[in-house]
Write a protein that binds this ligand. Structure first.
Ligand code: ADP
Ligand code: MG
Length: 682
């Protein structure tokens, strides 16, 4: 027996070249081979009479070779082998390109099983490059359900299939981590069966059952991991906050809190008084007032003698939080400092000194907060804004600067509940399901290029009324291929030819931190009428005087991202608008964008987005902090996810403390999964 950790080079037929191809697929060991799952199957079990072969429908058939294969040299590097085969129902021509193998193997009068697709290509009706084997050979490429694997250049499906079955025959499958009781309850195949069957199912139903087991397993490991983390935290003891009267804070606010804000704050205060570390997610649509909830928590930490760190995903956002919190807290006696990467060395040093001496009560910052040189006198509360942009490890590294500090996570992306459970399964959740009064719906329109003149006139009208306008483009530099409006070029056009009399400024992610800040701050002060930007403005920036958001090539963005962008307007009292432009005529695209025009409800939009694009796109190209699932598809496998969550809960209750081989294997898998997730996260 070989071990799963043995290198693939030990397999027959795997030399350096093949090993390199396998490495392209992240396959290094026999275990990796076994875990290289099919992306689908082709049912090649049925044999079809030649007369019933249909164009463009791949099929298997049994036939006799009726002519000696003839090979013609067409041109340099191109040999064509032709042969005619027949069964009782009819005959058909086969064509092979550069196949010395076919030319030599196919014998006149011999009988073979073929698999291929009839087409009218390459000089007449026939089949090009069918696979074939003799009827007495064991089914390898015909007469079976063929797994279809993700491939790489030089490595075909047949070869990979062979290598995987070799590996399966040589070593034990990964060990069982789901106890029999739980497998039975949730109708889950044993690991051993599942790994064999996924690569070589006898029926499609069998393949489905094996796939379900593996998906279940992935979710189960993840979910058990979150539960273990939660359980570990519940055992930790921290000082229970005794002072929770926030009256001075409430009285200093220029507005009354919404009921949703009050409820969330109540829940937070409840956590802080418990004596175990808080781990709470505050989830609310754009503009629902999450910052005030965070501020209340920070104020409470201050009352109890603890410091708070608020980490934002961008400098612009950190700056803005610093401004507003600083103003709010100064009269209450709290000292707020800012810490970002683009500050001068001296500014950073002073902020850090204030933190380590305890003179500063609150720090607002970016990743700079995580840096080694940031030391806290008494960090009690860690708040992260727009959490899905941070990985679990970053949250963790900031927390490590305190002694089990309380954790508050704020997410502006309304994440569908199912997915929230998965991403934040270790968190308690408060939902802000109410907007502050006076907020109005942002009227949203989808238009084509023929509306350009009207869009421009509308921008001008807003500017003349003293309001401001965002124009968002998907990319920074002209990219012919994508044909998107590059922000820089577009700003130039607007400035020079369309609005020579208006103040047009530019903001994009490739500008230096200080430049970005300056551009944003100037716009917030009303020093520009039109701000052309990339999605750097997506998060958090508050410019109440902005009443129009034009999003160019809106089809390039995800729905949730568009909703987030749209949330940048409608923050003041004036009526606000959002115009989406697109050249795209694709029906699905139009339907997607129209969904955004129809509703301002972020949760509905998020559900729609998840349905249409799946979670990978849903969170954008940035890492979501979720581990990459090998088999599971988050948008499709929600039922299995719920089952696995239920199962992991039962597991914790029944086996959480046990020390069986299975339980140890599961803990190991959990550790490996989270290590892998962290490795891919920055
Ligand atoms: P988000 O949830 O998107 O982070 P913010 O916390 O930035 O929202 O709040 C958006 C705006 O609403 C801010 O200008 C904030 O001062 C204001 N705001 C927050 N809570 C209230 C409230 N209860 N009443 C009125 N305005 C509020
Ligand atoms: Mg916010």
């Amino acid at each position: 027996m070989a071990s799963r950790s043995d290198p693939v080079t030990g397999l027959k037929g795997v030399g350096p070249a093949r090993a390199k191809q396998l490495a392209n697929l992240n396959i290094f060991t026999l275990g990796d081979l076994i875990c290289h799952f099919p992306r689908g199957y082709e049912d090649r079990t049925k044999l079809v009479p030649i007369a019933e072969l249909r164009a463009d429908t791949p099929a298997c058939f049994r036939a006799v070779v009726m002519s000696t294969p003839r090979t013609a040299h067409i041109r340099k590097g191109m040999d064509l082998t032709r042969v005619t085969v027949a069964d009782y129902s009819g005959r058909i021509n086969l064509t092979f390109f550069n196949s010395k193998f076919a030319a030599e193997a196919l014998q006149y009068g011999g009988e073979y099983i073929f698999y291929g697709t009839v087409s009218g290509d390459y000089g007449g009706y026939g089949i090009t490059n069918p696979v074939f084997e003799t009827p007495d050979s064991p089914p390898a490429a015909t007469r079976r359900i063929m797994p279809i694997y993700p491939l790489t250049a030089g490595l075909n499906n047949g070869t990979l299939t062979k290598l995987i079955s070799l590996a399966l025959a040589l070593c034990d499958p990964p060990e069982e981590i789901i106890p029999a009781e739980i497998r039975q309850e949730f109708d889950i195949l044993p690991a051993e069966t599942a790994y064999q069957v996924i690569h070589n199912p006898k029926t499609m139903a069998e393949a489905q059952a094996a796939k379900r087991r593996l998906i279940f397993e992935e979710f189960f490991v993840f979910s058990a991991g979150l539960s273990l983390m939660r359980a570990a935290r519940a055992e930790k003891k921290v000082s229970a906050y005794a002072h929770t009267d926030l009256t001075p804070f409430y009285e200093s606010l220029p507005f009354a809190l919404t009921n949703a804000q009050k409820r969330a704050i109540r829940e937070i205060l409840g956590d802080l008084q418990k004596g175990t570390p808080m781990n709470r997610l505050v989830q609310g649509d754009v503009g629902s007032g999450k910052t005030m909830v965070a501020a209340a928590a920070a104020y409470c930490a201050y009352l109890n003698g603890f410091q708070t760190a608020l980490m934002a995903p961008t400098e612009i956002l950190a700056e803005q939080h610093y401004e507003s919190l600083g103003k709010l807290f100064a009269p209450l006696g709290l000292h707020t400092v800012l810490l970002t990467g683009s500050q001068t060395q001296k500014e950073k040093r002073m902020a850090r000194e204030a933190l380590s001496s305890g003179e500063a009560h609150i720090v607002v910052g970016t990743h700079a907060l995580i840096s080694e040189s940031t030391v806290f006198a008494n960090l009690g509360l860690v708040i992260t804004d727009e959490q899905h942009r941070f990985g679990v490890d970053q949250r963790g590294r900031l927390s490590a600067k305190g002694h089990d500090p309380h954790i508050l996570v704020m997410s502006a992306t309304p994440i569908p509940r199912t997915l929230a459970l998965l991403m934040y399964g270790d968190l308690d959740v408060s939902v802000l399901d109410e907007l502050p009064p006076g907020r109005q719906k942002v009227d949203t329109f989808l238009v084509g290029e023929s509306y350009r003149a009207r869009i421009n006139a509308f921008i001008r009208k807003q500017a003349e009324a003293g309001h401001q306008c965002f124009v968002v483009c998907p990319a920074v530099e002209e990219n012919q291929e994508l044909d998107v409006k590059a922000a820089a070029a577009w700003a130039e056009t607007l400035r020079k030819t369309v609005f020579p009399d208006l103040r047009v400024s530019l903001l994009h992610g490739q500008m230096k931190g200080a430049e970005k800040e300056a551009a944003m701050a100037a716009f917030a002060r009303g020093e520009a009428d039109v701000l052309v930007a990339t999605t750097v403005i997506e998060v958090g920036v508050d410019v109440p005087n902005a009443t129009l958001m034009v999003i160019e090539d809106a089809d390039r963005f995800g729905l949730s991202q568009l909703h987030q962008l749209r949330g940048r307007v409608g923050r003041g009292s004036a009526k606000s608008y959002c115009i989406l432009t697109t050249h795209n005529r694709n029906e699905d695209t139009i339907r997607r964008l129209k969904a955004l025009c129809a509703t301002n409800d972020g949760f509905k939009i998020a559900e729609e987005d998840l349905k249409l694009r799946g979670p990978g796109d849903f969170f954008g190209s940035r890492q979501s902090g979720l581990p990459a699932f090998r088999v599971a598809d988050l948008s499709l496998d929600m039922t299995t996810l719920r089952d696995a969550q239920q199962a992991s809960k039962e597991w914790i209750e029944r086996f959480g403390q046990s020390d069986t081989k299975e339980a140890r294997a599961l803990r190991e898998r959990v550790a490996a999964l989270f290590a892998r997730a962290e490795g891919t996260m920055n």
